[in-house]
Design a protein around this ligand. Structure first.
Ligand code: NAP
Length: 280
């Protein structure tokens, strides 16, 4: 396997930091399999890892990083504060727990996992993330699953614009208004379930474009995201797929192909609605 350390482009965040446009997601990777999967991803050339307190596998990420032989400065680690940890005191404690499980003395990107509007604490939680950044415990802060009204509230309250909004995004849920809203405020849109959990890969349009390029459907979908400017974090525990999903930077989709893919939008979520989701 070739190690490709330089092929993944970096995107500029609004706080002066940069992050890889492609990362490796570990949602639903069992704790005991995480170190192996992340280790394989690092050998395949991924340098960004997306985990969360709620995934229960931050220690597996740490183990893979520690045995990788890579310098911590070469890596970009994201984790997230879960829904039960909103509010100033809980948020500080949750951050410390994640940092201690991940090891090292900083996190690259810390996200509020869901806004949980029914608790009405996400502004206070955002203020806490701002303080953690001021203290140098985290390099960049952002949010996940935030709708425009949630974003507006935290920006109005603190003047601090999140670097990233990580949202469900794939050809069947393209969220053009939310992506535009993010872009207008200098927020990078990061796509979770970028492959629609693998369920849309047999779509005939995607398959046809893949065969025209001699690529796989997953590579076509991920390349579509990349050309839209999204950050992507596909997950796989299958070594050949982990390798396949990083090989996106030596081909390009034409305008007409991008258009055909944009016509697959059905506004169809695979995950929960951010306005109502509290916890699993
Ligand atoms: N912020 C949030 O609320 C949130 C929510 C969900 C996810 N996320 C993040 O986003 C990441 C990705 O989302 P996701 O895991 O839900 O879904 P995904 O990356 O869209 O899809 C993962 C599924 O697709 C399969 N797959 C991966 N590569 C493939 C390929 N090349 N060919 C065929 N099938 C392939 C995987 O199977 P195998 O693993 O069996 O190979 C797995 O079943 C997560 O791991 C997590 O880091 C964030």
């Amino acid at each position: 396997m070739t190690t490709q350390t330089t092929s993944v482009p970096l995107v500029d965040l609004n706080d002066g930091n940069r992050m890889p446009q492609l990362g490796f997601g570990v949602f639903q990777v069992p704790a005991e399999e995480t170190a192996e999967a992340v280790g394989h991803a690092l050998r395949a050339g991924y340098r960004s890892i997306d985990t969360a307190a709620a995934y229960g596998n931050e220690e597996g990420v740490r183990d893979a990083v520690q045995t990788s032989g890579l310098d911590r400065s070469e890596l970009f680690i994201t984790t997230k504060l879960f829904n039960t940890e909103h509010g100033r005191d809980k948020a500080r404690k949750a951050f410390e727990e994640s940092l201690s499980k991940l090891g090292g003395d900083y996190i690259d990107l810390y996200l509020i996992h869901w806004p949980v509007p029914s608790k009405d604490l996400y502004v206070e939680t955002w203020e806490t993330l701002c303080a953690l950044r001021e203290d140098g415990r985290v390099r960049s802060i952002g949010v996940s699953n935030f709708q425009p009204d949630h974003l507006e509230r935290i920006i109005d309250a603190t003047g601090v614009v999140p670097t990233v909004n990580q949202i469900e995004l794939h050809p069947r849920l393209q969220q053009p208004e939310l992506r535009r809203f993010d872009a207008e405020r200098g927020i990078i849109t990061e796509a979770w379930s970028p492959l629609g959990k693998g369920e849309l890969l047999d779509d005939p349009v995607i398959e046809a474009i893949a065969s025209e390029h001699g690529r796989t459907p997953a590579q076509v979908v991920l390349r579509w995201h990349i050309q839209l400017g999204n950050v992507v974090i596909p997950k796989s525990v299958t070594p050949s797929r982990i390798e396949e999903n990083v090989r996106l930077f030596d081909f390009e989709l034409g305008e007409e192909e991008m258009q055909r893919l944009s016509e697959l939008d059905r506004g169809e979520r695979t995950g929960p609605d951010p306005d109502t989701f509290v916890r699993p």
